[in-house]
Write a protein that binds this ligand. Structure first.
Ligand SMILES: [Mn+2]
Length: 295
């Protein structure tokens, strides 16, 4: 498989520096070599341009709006060109706001009726600028893709205003869901395999059941490392307790990749700031290997 490696040195969406250094760490740990050893070619490398955001014309409901939007537009162009050239976009963040750009880029080539998004994350990231308490954009990417919330995160992105249909969005491992998000999830009837359900069924059964519900030809897999419980993994800005083990995470990702439908992937929120001994980086590289072996 031809791979376009896309590094996104972005922290504006979480307002917590650290995640912007992740791509450099992955490169130093040999991510390109890993692609090659898994039988792929890295045909293009693109580092997303993240401009300095002076927070002029400050919008109190969306912190670092201008810098985040600008980075997401550059990412959108890169993802669109990767898909056009039949490359697999492997998007290495950065914080999770970048998915606005990933999904907008996909929307240039894959109509929303053909795309499922699987959100493998402790959080549901579906706040609008009005429902969000933190005003961090990394909690808003899915509402933007569904066409909800501020036009500033919607208009001009992708080919269509709505880039994702609620029936084609699936969550797994969610366990930190704001009250406003619960309302949106319920209102749009979005299928959420909460951590509670994952515990009850086991990761394998829950993942297989999720896959059985997918009706589209393509999947965008969006993986946030905070999916893993903080008992085993803390190298992220906002670790959340009571999540899947590292082994269960690898199993979940491998089953999703083995569906053969995954056309693009985000890998986000690794923060070297909370990884003094680099054990978190080693976990990330192993999970990337698990995915790359199955593309
Ligand atoms: Mn998260």
């Amino acid at each position: 498989m031809k791979i376009q490696l896309i590094g996104v040195p972005l922290w504006y969406g979480c307002n917590n520096p650290g995640t912007e250094k992740a791509y450099d760490c992955f490169c130093k740990a040999g991510v390109k070599e890993l692609c090659h050893s898994c039988g792929h070619q890295v045909t293009t490398e693109h580092i997303v341009d993240v401009p300095f955001d002076k927070e002029e014309n400050f919008d109190p409901t969306m912190q670092y709006l201008n810098g985040t939007v600008s980075a997401c537009r550059d990412l959108e162009t890169a993802v669109a060109s990767a898909l056009k050239n039949k490359e697999f976009p492997l998007i290495l963040g950065g914080d999770h706001s970048l998915s606005i750009g990933s999904i907008a880029g996909i929307n240039h080539h894959i109509p929303k009726e053909d795309l499922t998004v699987i959100w493998v994350d402790a959080h549901t990231d579906i706040n609008t600028n009005e429902s969000s308490d933190s005003h961090h954009i990394h909690g808003m990417p899915l509402s933007a893709c569904l066409g909800l919330g501020s036009d500033k995160l919607i208009d001009g992105f992708g080919k269509e205003r709505v880039k994702l249909l609620p029936e084609n969005l699936f969550y797994i491992g969610s366990r930190s869901i704001d009250d406003g998000e619960k309302v949106i999830i319920k209102e749009h009837n979005i299928r959420c395999f909460t951590m509670e359900e994952v515990k009850e069924k086991g990761i394998e059964k829950a993942t297989r059941e999720l896959l059985s519900l997918i009706k589209t030809k393509y999947i965008h897999l969006s993986f946030d490392v905070d999916f893993m419980g903080e008992e085993e993994y803390i190298a992220t800005g906002m670790p959340v307790p009571d999540g899947p083990s590292i082994a269960d995470t690898a199993l979940c990702l491998s089953l999703l990749m083995e569906s053969g439908k995954v056309c693009s992937m985000d890998f986000v929120e690794y923060s070297p700031k909370n990884d003094k001994d680099q054990s978190g980086l080693a976990v990330c590289m192993n999970l990337l290997k698990t995915c790359l072996e199955r593309i």
